[in-house]
Design a protein around this ligand. Structure first.
Ligand SMILES: Nc1ccn([C@@H]2O[C@H](COP(=O)(O)OP(=O)(O)OP(=O)(O)O)[C@@H](O)[C@H]2O)c(=O)n1
Ligand SMILES: C[C@](O)(CO)[C@H](O)COP(=O)(O)O
Length: 240
């Protein structure tokens, strides 16, 4: 039997409130130089030939302005802009349902990770095609301690086995669908997409990414994001 051709879709989740950022405007709409953070993120996938379509999941109150961004910034791979759920995992579940039926491989990406590189996305896609499920990650640089509610250290896991997990997270679509359906049925909530797949007993692989693929989360991330943007522009300028 002939192997089905991979058709990739991306679910970009941006329906969070950005509580840890603490700004009146949700963090995904804060301007990084001249454009909202979310637009920078969408442009990463817009530029990749092997991405067929993007489903963008945002807060219900932001659907209209995001549809306007799609037109204003020429983000024609964004085929769907729809409302998310109360938790990230619910937003991912809704995004998966919004992709065209013909999409058979999927990546999930945080709308607030605008510095992911094409090289890193490709290595995640490649690893997923080999193994069914893969996430970008970097080895942790600090020593990590487990601390109890009284503030006492209870364990120091071996750092050599610890990785900080990022997005994109890439899966055969049917596998992620099964995992999220099961998680919903069991009322299981994970903090990333891989957790739903792991609990099915399926191995999720790691593709090594970059430390610069930050999730813009707290106020001190903003000046670093400006710095990263300026560095990327300098790099592009020196290549052209
Ligand atoms: N119900 C939710 C919650 C989060 N997200 C998205 O998931 C990504 C990663 O989440 P996080 O950084 O935690 O964003 P927020 O939930 O917005 O932040 P906070 O936890 O500080 O409120 C973000 O792009 C966020 O918009 C989402 O689509 N739907
Ligand atoms: C999916 C994720 O970005 C991987 O690091 C992260 O777990 C999202 O978590 P958050 O609690 O929504 O910040």
């Amino acid at each position: 039997m002939e192997a089905a051709v991979a058709k990739w879709g991306v679910v970009v989740v941006a329906a969070g409130r950005g509580t840890r950022m603490g700004t009146a405007e949700s963090k995904q709409y804060l301007l990084l130089r001249d454009k909202p953070i979310l637009v920078h993120t969408l442009e990463r996938f817009q530029a990749m030939d092997d991405i067929a379509e993007v489903a963008l999941i945002v807060g219900r109150q932001d659907v209209d302005r995001c549809r306007e961004f799609v037109t204003e910034y020429g983000l024609h791979k964004v085929k769907q802009v729809s409302a998310g759920g109360s938790e990230r995992q619910h937003s991912v579940h809704l995004g998966l349902a919004a992709l065209s039926d013909s999409v058979n491989w999927v990546m999930v990406h945080d709308g607030v990770r605008p510095f992911v590189t094409e090289h890193a996305v490709r290595s995640c896609m490649h690893k997923a095609l080999q193994t069914e499920a893969a996430v970008l990650a970097v080895p942790v640089k600090d020593t990590i301690k487990q601390v109890n509610e009284t503030g006492a250290i209870t364990a120091t896991p071996d750092r050599r086995s610890l990785w900080a997990i990022q997005t994109p997270q890439a899966f055969r679509r049917s596998l992620l669908q099964q995992a999220l359906d099961q998680a919903a049925a069991d009322q299981f909530l994970g903090t990333d997409d891989a957790m739903a797949v792991e609990r099915l007993g399926v191995t999720v692989s790691v593709a090594e990414g970059d430390y610069t693929n930050i999730k813009i989360t707290t106020p001190e991330d903003l000046p670093y994001a400006e710095f990263l943007l300026a560095s990327r522009e300098r790099e592009r300028g020196s290549k052209s």
